[in-house]
Ligand binder design. Structure first.
Ligand code: UD1
Ligand code: CA
Length: 458
């Protein structure tokens, strides 16, 4: 049986009061639309088509939200969910089965998608869809059943009378249709009282045509939350964070204060990691076994090595080896790579630099565009002067070097193994291994290093 997947994302999203399309609003740092696509891809290999407004097809934001291998098609006018599905017709409706999902339902779980697919597989099933009871939020379509409990129709809240409003089973917006049923019936849906074409009207159409409908329960009601307002966006965020916290705690991670610990969907955390309060772990970050992160820290798309401590600091696309200490109050910028046993103290900023094992940068310093060897000591107030006004230049520091406090290392520069710079040195020329330089501009101290090395004379 061949499957295709259609995600409806062309709605105006008026209730968000936003210039950003609703499906691109983020929960856990990821667009809602991407959450839906991710969940689907874990349970289906059907081709995914996303219905957007025509001017959004080329939008870089939409392109990056849907990723590679997903098609975008345009819905000319936003005439309702049935019209949106029709917009995908040529691409998607030719298959045996069509999975249809709404883009504003970011809590969808792969298991539910799998259950939906499975429920719709028998040949006689025209529609399978997911329902929840009780409703997690207001505004959802009510599932009307007849006296035998068979589904009769879905009634939108705006069109419901008192007794229908009292129904507690509601529609998720996740359906698996027989392609043949869609091809026959989608175009015949009549406008609702407000002029919209409701996809939900297909239930009644199927009943009238004596087709088979099955419902699938959501894992829990909250899973189906459709985000129409900022308040519901915050509710979705809170729910997703609760899910992540529970997941990590049950996988051997200590969260000292779960309520102030925030995770992205794509992080990886090993056993016996401790996350302290007010800490955010985002992007594709990895926290290795036994490390401690926080309090008051952000780890974004970075790795913190085994047994390392990362306190009140910020890592952005950085890598910290095992048994390191970072912080409090330091910033690792993209390309900062720390080997094992590195010590970074307070107020250090490190960018595009490889720091060798055992090296210490204990106090306020800027380290940019450099390669630093093992067991180096970088004194307080050292600045890697990497920018000459037009380009960034590289500094290489060998092993066992001692950089005196307040040194300015003017790149491009090479400082050999075992060299030493005096406090306040402005180093503008390469320093030979084992030599000491001092002063402004720095010059070699007589008698330091080996006498046959002359390049340091100025
Ligand atoms: C819809 C359902 C409702 C269900 C709820 C679940 C209908 C008629 N109602 O209501 O039964 O309980 O979702 O969350 O389907 N969209 C388009 N083009 C359009 C209109 C909408 O692509 O012309 C997209 C939206 O971007 C959104 C999705 O379809 O992702 C659902 O639309 P929305 O307006 O949010 O429907 P609800 O009123 O929430
Ligand atoms: Ca909605």
């Amino acid at each position: 049986m061949n499957w295709s997947v259609v995600i409806l994302a062309a709605g105006v999203g008026k209730r968000m009061r936003s210039s950003i399309p609703k499906s691109l609003h983020q929960v856990a740092g990821k667009p809602m639309l991407t959450h839906v696509i991710d969940a689907v891809r874990k349970s289906s290999d059907g081709e995914v088509t996303v219905v957007v407004r025509p001017d959004q097809i080329e939008s870089p934001d939409f392109r990056s939200a849907v990723g590679k291998g997903t098609k975008l098609v345009g819905q000319e006018n936003q005439l309702g969910t049935a019209d949106a599905l029709s917009a995908a017709s040529e691409l998607a409706l030719g298959s045996d089965r069509v999975l249809v999902l709404y883009a504003d339902t970011p809590l969808i779980e792969p298991e539910t998608v799998a259950n939906l697919i499975q429920a719709s597989e028998p040949a006689e099933v025209a529609i399978a869809f997911v329902t929840a009871d009780p409703p997690p939020v207001g505004g959802l379509g009510r599932i009307v059943r007849d006296s035998n409990g068979t589904v009769a129709r879905i009634v939108e809240e705006a069109d419901a009378d008192g007794s229908t409003l009292a129904i507690t089973e509601v529609n998720s917006g996740w359906y698996a249709f027989s392609g043949e049923f869609l091809r026959k019936n989608l175009a015949n849906i009549q406008p609702a009282p407000n002029g919209e074409l409701y996809l939900t009207d297909l239930i009644e159409v199927a009943i009238d045509a004596d087709c088979n409908i099955v419902t699938v329960p959501a894992k829990s009601p909250i899973e189906i939350i459709g985000v129409n307002t900022r308040e519901q966006l915050a509710l979705a965020e809170a729910e997703l964070q609760a899910r992540y916290r529970k997941h990590w705690m049950s996988n051997g991670v200590t969260l000292v204060d779960p309520a102030t610990t925030y995770f992205g969907p794509d992080v990886e955390i090993e056993m016996d990691v401790v996350v302290h309060p007010n800490t955010h772990i985002r992007g594709n970050s990895v926290l290795r076994e036994g490390c401690e992160v926080g309090p008051n820290s952000i780890v974004d798309s970075s790795e913190i090595g085994q047994s390392s401590e990362f306190v009140s600091s910020y890592a952005d696309h950085a890598q910290v080896g095992a048994n390191c200490e970072v912080g409090p109050f330091s910033r690792l910028r993209p390309g900062a790579v720390l080997s094992d046993d590195v010590h970074i103290g307070n107020y250090a900023e490190i960018k595009e630099s490889n720091i060798g094992s055992g090296t210490k940068i204990g106090h306020f310093s800027y380290v940019g565009d450099s390669t630093i060897g093992a067991n180096v000591n970088i004194g307080a107030g050292t600045v890697f002067v990497n920018y000459d006004g037009s380009k960034k230049n590289h500094t290489t520091v060998g092993d066992d070097v001692f950089i005196g406090s307040g040194s300015m290392l003017v790149a491009p520069l090479e400082i050999g193994d075992g060299a030493l710079t005096g406090a306040g040195a402005v180093v503008t020329k390469n320093v030979e291994p084992g030599t000491t330089v001092f002063g402004v501009p720095a010059r070699k101290q007589a008698g330091s290093g080996s006498s046959d090395r002359t390049s340091e004379r100025s």
